[in-house]
Design a protein around this ligand. Structure first.
Ligand code: G3D
Ligand code: MG
Length: 180
């Protein structure tokens, strides 16, 4: 048995934030298990999924925390944000309001975390006929914020894995910068 084969180079906590019902749980589940289920329970408090990904040839273990966006859970927020090394901000492309709230989530992250790699994700692109936020608008905001942008569908799985791999890469770079 080779020991090095299973060696994990990094362990990072990732938080998935965004308004309720944007698909945070669906995206996290899709990434962690490769499946999509229509009938999620509403996230109560915090759940998390753990998976090892490969970034720049290194094994990186991500614990992805998926929380409820509901205000009534705000008392657990500090615990949720603590120690996060990266974050995915999710909005729903069929819900303009969730897009307009991205700024608030960013503020929340800034309040609780150091400068950490971020990713902007517009989810539910399979619902093209219900779209309220154009790809261009998403790109524009991401550009303004200076962070990568992806449009995903937790339902079809489109680009979900890519998001997490990309974020893992950025977190590795950040960590290595800190070490060097
Ligand atoms: P949240 O964790 O951000 O609150 P959920 O969001 O993951 O619970 O998703 C909210 C609803 O949107 C769920 O539907 C879920 O099935 C649906 N959903 C999530 N991602 C997608 C997607 O990419 N495409 C489509 N079509 N639906 C999606 P219900 O009906 O259970 O509320
Ligand atoms: Mg949820």
């Amino acid at each position: 048995m080779s020991k090095t084969k299973n060696d994990v180079a990094f362990l990072f906590k990732v938080i998935v934030v965004g308004d309720a019902a944007t698909g945070k749980t669906a995206v996290t589940m899709r990434w962690a298990t490769g499946t999509f289920s229509e009938s999620y329970r509403m996230t109560i408090g915090v759940d998390f999924a753990v998976k090892i990904v490969e970034a720049d040839g290194k094994k990186v273990k991500l614990s992805v925390w998926d929380t409820a966006g509901q205000e009534r859970f705000s008392h657990i927020r500090p615990m949720y944000f603590r120690g996060a090394r990266g974050s995915i901000i999710v909005y729903d492309v069929t819900n303009k309001k969730s897009f307009e709230n991205v700024g608030n989530w960013l503020e929340e992250i800034k309040k609780h975390c150091e400068r950490i790699p971020l990713l902007l994700v517009g989810n539910k692109i399979d619902l093209e006929d219900q779209r309220e936020v154009t790809t261009k608008e998403g790109e524009g905001l991401a550009k303004k914020l200076g962070i990568p942008f992806f449009e995903t569908s937790a339902k079809t799985g489109e680009l979900v894995t890519k998001c997490f791999t990309m974020l893992a890469k950025e977190m590795v770079e950040e960590a290595e910068k800190g070490q060097g």
